[in-house]
Every structure is written in structure tokens, then in C-alpha cells.
Design a protein around this ligand. Structure first.
Ligand code: IPM
Ligand code: MG
Length: 358
């Protein structure tokens, strides 16, 4: 059965890294392992350039029809002065909300070959494997009212952090299910000492926990969670949190591994349909230079095969191939260390394909 993949390269290094992921998918197609039909469409700044909108109607239609979506990255300085509605980020947020991709899985895994890249002491991060489950379609990112407006002769800006019980319940279930497949430890992060919305969050997560008695649930305030992530990250297995807290904590967790260029992510709806993208951004400063690390995008393909396309063995093969390439000492500049061989984006993609061949 053919599976349809929407390929949305986006901006900055997006097109370069996605091209390498497409190489990997083409290889698995040609080999007969997969039957992926890929169709490209512009999003973000590229969408604005092509159609005057960060999420062109045709791109949204393709994304809705596809079995899964692979996204590169969006954003760039060229678009920073556009009105908010036209900015590249709107394209990404639009895809998340239009497709109800409420469950964002952001793994922070330390590759043993890259242990030196972390700024933390080796024994603090060796073997690190955390999964952050970030709520992605609610909270302050989407809450209303929101505006900048005039009041008493000065401007006021405001946003609203709000969650309904059903929104909290579905992300909590998603996190408990993932915890069940891992070490059965879930930490829910909130700010319940100050915010009513967090009080409700904690209440609902605690209620859902009754359906998962095997999972050890803990609660932590977000400020403490930020501190604990840096102090003793291995205390965590799965973390679940609201949209903005998850945005911030997942960057911190990613940096624990020292190599944000290695980390993929999945954004899933209730049926397992998903959008897959590297955690790092569009890195406009290195765009077009052929030096970006394509491994996070290639690993995003592995996640896509696992979570949306039911192709676990192909997913594992890709992950193993990335391991082989790292074992060989091949490195893009962002993960370069002494004694290794520095290579570019395309060479890295080729190396992964070669590792798949053997
Ligand atoms: C992320 C990014 C996005 C977010 C931006 C680009 C809108 O930081 O995916 O973490 O804030 O969610
Ligand atoms: Mg972010």
C-alpha cells in the first residue's frame, strides 16, 4: 500500500536537510522496503514568497490528505518585519492547530559517540534518554483574548493561558501511554502554586493517573523543573507539560545532549497521524552553505515510520545507520570533535544511505 508523505522543506537550512531525508526515503523506496509517495509544498517564508501566505491553502490541503508530514524548519530575518499573520511561524502554528496535532514528542537522547558535546559533566548525562511530551495546540499560544491595545494613553499587551479539561485529559493520556512503553515514570510540570490553569492541569492529570496505576506520577513546578533538568537530568523519564513551558523546557533538555542538530520530534493527532520535524530551527546564518546537520531530519523520518506509518523495522534501520555513521567518526561542524572527520550536509546524507546499504 502506498503511503503519502507531504514534504514541507520551509526556510533557511530546511530545504538542504530535507533533501537528505528524502534521499533516505528514496533509498528505502527503491529497495522495495517502503512505498512512499512524496509531494513537496511551500510553508513558512517559502509559503509567503510563493503564495503570499505562510500556510498556503494548497499546502494545508496536501498536509490534510497525507498520511504523514515531514517539515524542515520555518523562519528567517527576511520575514521578521512582516505583520504577525504573515510570519513564517504562523505557518507552523497553523499546521499544528488545523490538523489538531496536540501531542508533541520531543526526545532528548545523548548519543554515546557525542558525549563530549554536552556542556554538562559526562556522568550527569551519560545514557540520558528523556521524552518531553508538550501540549501543542492550546495554552497561551492559542488562548483568547490576545492583543496589543491602547488603554489610558499607553499600550497594553496580553495573552491568555487557558485549558479545558478535555484538552488536558487527552495530552495526559498521550503521556501516560508513552510512559507505559518506557520506564513508567511520568513527571507533570506546571505552575500550580501561582496559576489557576495549572491547578486544573494538576487536578486532571492526577485523575487520569488512576487509569495508569503502573505509572509513577510526580508533579513539579516549572521553575524547579528547569533547575532539575540541569542539575540531575537522569531523574526524568517522561515529562508532560503545557505548550509554552514545553517550548522552553524542550530547548533546555535538547541542549543537555550538546547536539540539538541530532534531535527529531513528532507532533501527533488523536489517530496517530503526525508531522515530523527536527527540533532545531531554520538556522539562517548557515543556510545555503551545505554544512547543516541533516541527522535530526533523517531521525525524524525514523519517528515518522514508527509513529504514523507502522514501519518499526525500517525506523530501527535508519537509527542504526545513524549510529554507524557516528561510529565511523563522520561529523558535521556542529558536532565536530577532535580526531573525527568533518563533512557537509550532502555527504552526511550519503553516508547514512551507504550505511543502510550494508
Ligand atoms: C518550536 C518553535 C516554535 C514554537 C516557533 C518557531 C513558533 O520554537 O517548535 O519549539 O514556539 O513552538
Ligand atoms: Mg521552541
Amino acid at each position: 500500500m502506498t503511503q503519502k508523505i507531504a514534504i514541507l522543506p520551509g526556510d533557511g537550512i530546511g530545504p538542504e536537510i530535507v533533501a537528505e531525508a528524502v534521499k533516505v526515503m528514496n533509498f528505502l523506496n527503491n529497495e522495495g522496503t517502503l512505498k512512499l509517495e512524496m509531494e513537496h509544498a511551500p510553508v513558512g517564508g517559502a509559503g509567503y514568497d510563493a503564495a503570499g501566505e505562510p500556510l498556503p491553502a494548497a499546502t494545508l490541503k496536501l498536509a490534510k490528505q497525507a498520511d504523514a508530514i515531514l517539515l524542515g524548519a520555518v523562519g528567517g530575518p527576511k520575514y521578521d518585519t512582516l505583520p504577525r499573520e504573515k510570519r513564517p511561524e504562523k505557518g507552523l502554528l497553523g499546521l499544528r492547530s488545523e490538523l489538531t496535532l496536540f501531542s508533541n514528542l520531543r526526545p532528548a537522547i545523548l548519543y554515546p559517540q557525542l558525549a563530549e558535546a554536552s556542556s554538562l559533566k559526562h556522568d550527569l548525562v551519560a545514557g540520558l534518554d528523556i521524552m518531553i511530551v508538550r501540549e501543542l495546540t492550546g495554552g497561551i499560544y492559542f488562548g483568547k483574548p490576545r492583543a496589543i491595545e491602547q488603554r489610558n494613553g499607553e499600550r497594553y499587551g496580553y495573552n491568555t493561558m487557558c485549558y479545558g479539561e478535555s484538552e488536558i485529559e487527552r495530552i495526559a493520556r498521550s503521556a501516560f501511554e508513552i510512559a507505559m512503553k518506557r520506564n513508567k515514570k511520568l513527571c507533570s510540570v506546571d505552575k500550580a502554586n501561582v496559576l489557576e490553569v495549572s491547578e486544573l492541569w494538576r487536578d486532571v492529570v492526577t485523575r487520569v493517573a488512576k487509569d495508569y496505576p503502573a505509572v509513577q506520577l510526580s508533579h513539579m513546578y516549572v521553575d524547579n523543573a528547569a533547575m532539575q533538568l540541569v542539575k540531575w537530568p537522569k531523574q526524568f523519564d517522561v515529562m508532560v507539560t503545557e505548550n509554552m513551558f514545553g517550548d522552553i523546557l524542550s530547548d533546555a533538555a535538547a541542549m543537555l545532549t550538546g547536539s540539538i542538530g541530532m534531535l527529531p520530534s513528532a507532533s501527533l493527532d488523536a489517530n496517530g497521524k503526525g508531522m515530523y520535524e527536527p527540533i532545531h530551527g531554520s538556522a539562517p546564518d548557515i543556510a545555503g552553505k551545505g554544512i547543516a546537520n541533516p541527522l535530526a531530519t533523517i531521525l525524524s523520518v525514523a519517528m515518522m515510520l514508527r509513529y504514523s506509518l507502522n514501519q518499526e523495522s525500517a525506523a530501527r534501520r535508519i537509527e542504526a545507520a545513524v549510529g554507524i555513521v557516528l561510529d565511523k567518526g563522520l561529523r558535521t561542524p556542529d558536532i565536530m570533535s577532535e580526531g573525527c572527520k568533518k563533512i557537509g550536509t550532502a555527504e552526511m546524507g550519503d553516508a547514512v544511505v551507504k550505511a543502510l546499504q550494508n
